[in-house]
Design a protein around this ligand. Structure first.
Ligand code: BG6
Length: 470
């Protein structure tokens, strides 16, 4: 059996994409709460303040805030052994810089943990998933300012102490390398300036290292992971210029993990910063903090792969469907233009394990697709089943043939949630259908798609059923 005993099977969500209740029980505004809805090819706008009459998807999302018991019961029915969710920072510290946490916010997540415990599902908590408090952006200029490191550490300490013994798996920042591709979403940074981004990234890396040490001190059983937006690239051709262009692209993405796993900035990044005339805001003791705060495991999202080369330069914008200047003629694409590349998952697992020698975990994977609800309420989604099956078979191959240690797999959006890149609902990943449309209207009812029973069986057989229809 390739999937080891105790392999974690489950799903992953982000607070701002599912909870709604954006101002309930003392919650403050986050960077996500001022993002309007977009569409494929239409960018989401960030409004300086809330515009009356404008629809903001995070405000209601799928109202998980009031449906979490029902949602977790469905996860239990699926057989989940792990649920990855994020804490909405502004439920705990509404402005980000308060001295004392908001008890009502903590109580909400106590309720989630109660339900997970009742069903024997292990929580994996993302401390910051695209939800920087707007208060920190407005008062401090967000992560470019070192004061935000202290705010984050106060927030992290609050969670580590409150849930000591209840949560053992933590991720410090979702997709930390998104600072290089979508800094507003990742960190409340609106600037195009590379120096601003790199100083903000430095502060996040420092905060992550300090939080990792803190988690270990508070509970030695805590395991803290890095979370990387799975950008992986193939060279456009054997032309050495394309190979070097690809190496440079991967270095721009992977330096974050290099710091988190090796405990210092890699030489190639230090030289690049020097050439760019960017000085990192290093203070005494920082080098020791980075070295002492390396992560226990490496997690990442995997949706697709890119092609890069000599033309791929500078700042690359966007989420997973990055425009690198090349297209891969060998791969199909989703309706949102993301390549579909199961083999690339095996490639990426090998690449990261060779480089970091840490246990790995796939904490996001799935197909964003348009679903049709039949008259009887059913949703037939063979495309989603095929996508997940093909990826899980490659994951199995990496474990069995290549000996890569993989802790678990949490599919993205086990129930349909708001898309991070477009703000749409119609880009659905779930095995559970949620009746909400792109304008936030619907009954909010949950129902099982065909993929629900399929995934349930995969989990029940610890992956063995993947071979039945392969
Ligand atoms: C990852 C993010 O980049 O991709 C998630 O961590 C996001 O928050 C997911 O939802 C899928 O992207 P999208 O844009 O299809 O929702």
């Amino acid at each position: 059996m390739a999937f080891p005993d105790g392999f974690l099977w489950g799903g992953a969500t982000a607070a701002n994409q599912c909870e709604g209740a954006f101002d309930a029980d003392g919650k403050g505004l986050s960077t996500a709460d001022v993002m309007t809805a977009g569409a494929h090819g239409i960018k989401r706008r960030v409004t300086p303040e809330l515009e009356p009459g404008t629809y903001y998807p995070s405000h209601t999302a799928i109202d998980h805030y009031h449906h979490y018991r029902e949602d977790i019961a469905l996860f239990a029915e699926l057989g989940f052994t792990c649920y990855r969710f994020s804490v909405n920072w502004t439920r705990i510290f509404p402005e980000g810089d308060e001295e004392q946490p908001n008890e009502a916010g903590l109580a909400f997540y106590d309720g989630i943990l109660d339900e997970l415990e009742r069903h024997g599902i292990e929580p994996l908590v993302t401390i910051s998933h695209f939800e920087t408090p707007l208060g920190l952006v407005e008062k401090y200029g967000s992560w470019e300012n070192r004061a935000v490191v202290d705010c984050y550490l106060r927030y992290a300490r609050t969670l580590f102490t409150r849930w000591r013994g209840r949560v053992h798996l933590w991720l410090t920042f979702n997709e930390i390398n998104c600072m290089s591709t979508q800094p507003w979403v990742a960190a409340g940074i609106a600037s195009e300036d590379e120096g601003v981004r790199m100083r903000a990234a430095y502060h996040q890396l420092l905060a992550s290292a300090l939080a990792t040490q803190m988690a270990h001190e508070i509970d030695p059983a805590n395991r803290v992971g890095a979370m990387y937006a799975g950008h992986f690239a193939y060279p456009a051709s054997p032309d050495p210029a394309d190979v070097i262009g690809t190496m440079r692209f991967m270095q721009r993405m992977l330096f974050y993990l290099d710091v988190m796993c090796h405990g210092s900035y890699p030489p190639y990044k230090l030289r690049e910063l020097e050439r760019q005339g960017i000085a990192l805001p290093v203070e005494p003791g920082d080098a020791e903090a980075l070295a002492a705060g390396t992560v226990d495991f490496v997690s990442y999202s995997y949706y697709n792969t890119h092609v890069t080369g000599a033309k791929t330069r500078g700042i690359i914008k966007g989420m997973n469907g990055l425009d690198t200047g090349y297209k891969n003629p060998h791969l199909n694409r989703s309706d949102w233009g993301w390549t579909i590349d199961p083999t690339g998952l095996r490639f990426s697992l090998n690449l990261l394990y060779e480089r970091y020698r840490r246990p790995l975990m796939i904490v996001e994977n799935g197909l964003g697709a348009v679903d049709t609800v039949e008259e009887d309420g059913s949703v037939h989604d063979p495309y989603r089943i095929a996508y997940m099956r093909d990826h899980l078979l490659e994951l199995e191959c990496a474990i069995e043939h290549d000996g890569v240690p993989v802790m678990g797999y949490t599919m993205w959006g086990p129930l349909d949630i708001v898309s991070a890149s477009t703000g749409e609902m119609k880009k659905r990943y779930g095995v559970i259908y949620v009746d909400v449309d792109d304008g936030g209207c619907g009954t909010f009812a949950r129902s099982r798609k065909d993929s629900f029973a399929w995934y349930q069986k995969v989990i029940a057989t610890n992956g063995a059923s993947l071979h039945e229809d392969a």
